[in-house]
Design a protein around this ligand. Structure first.
Ligand SMILES: C[S@@+](CC[C@H](N)C(=O)[O-])C[C@H]1O[C@@H](n2cnc3c(N)ncnc32)[C@H](O)[C@@H]1O
Length: 200
């Protein structure tokens, strides 16, 4: 792995794409939080040319995203916004049909995960969807030993990181006017959870 390529992205992009295609029907604009290497954004926007894909991340991580946006030269793939949850997430002035974020909730502090749900609730159009991909705990239990080991490794690196419990995330969604829409089991002990914005 380098800052332009993450092996996990190559492995998970097709299973995620299949679900996105099904779940984003009728949507026009997606905001991605924590675009990372930018590979997901480049791949998904190429495969779904009808979707305007707005990338974002902390500015220190913009270089690889800029690289993929410029390399792909797609009209529907936008240069990253400077969005760092907990620092400047209030900078968004637009509304979106979907918010997508992958492998971020175990990297951010729990406070920032809560803010991510606030952002999704405020940013989504009526009936918009919030997609969160990653490893989660279910009923406060790790679903596999490898996820537990990963959690311990994250905690050693930085105490604030760690796998989140999906029921807790469901509660943050409810607090922000979103309800559970679907929960997909994904390869390699990951999940894709989708919450739908409720009509006001
Ligand atoms: C493990 S990487 C995942 C990258 C990419 N989404 C993927 O699935 O390959 C975590 C990403 O979350 C971003 N991130 C961490 N804390 C963040 C915050 N507070 N606000 C926005 N992005 C954040 C990092 O900059 C990084 O790009």
């Amino acid at each position: 792995m380098d800052k332009y390529h993450a092996e996990s992205t190559r492995r998970n992009r097709n299973p995620i794409l299949e679900i996105l295609k099904k779940e984003i029907k009728g949507s026009k604009k997606i905001l991605e939080i924590g675009s990372g290497t930018g590979q997901h954004a480049a791949y998904f926007s190429k495969k779904m040319p009808h979707i305007l894909w707005q990338t974002s991340d902390r500015s220190i991580n913009h270089e690889p995203i800029n690289y993929w946006v410029k390399r792909y030269k797609l009209k529907n793939l936008l240069l990253p916004l400077d969005i760092e949850i907990g620092v400047n997430e209030k900078n968004i002035n637009d509304v979106f049909d979907c918010v997508f974020s992958s492998n971020t909730s175990h990297i951010m502090s729990l406070e920032n995960v809560k803010r991510l749900f606030v952002l999704a609730g405020k940013t989504l159009n009526k009936n918009g969807k919030f997609f969160l991909y990653g490893p989660f705990k279910i009923n406060f239990e790790f679903t596999t030993k490898s996820n537990e080991d990963f959690h311990e490794k994250l905690k050693t690196e930085r105490k604030l990181m760690g796998l989140r419990d999906i029921e807790e995330l469901d509660n943050y969604a409810i607090e922000n006017n979103m309800q559970n829409h679907a929960f997909y089991e994904m390869p390699a002990n990951n999940y894709l959870s989708i919450w739908k914005k409720m009509p006001a």
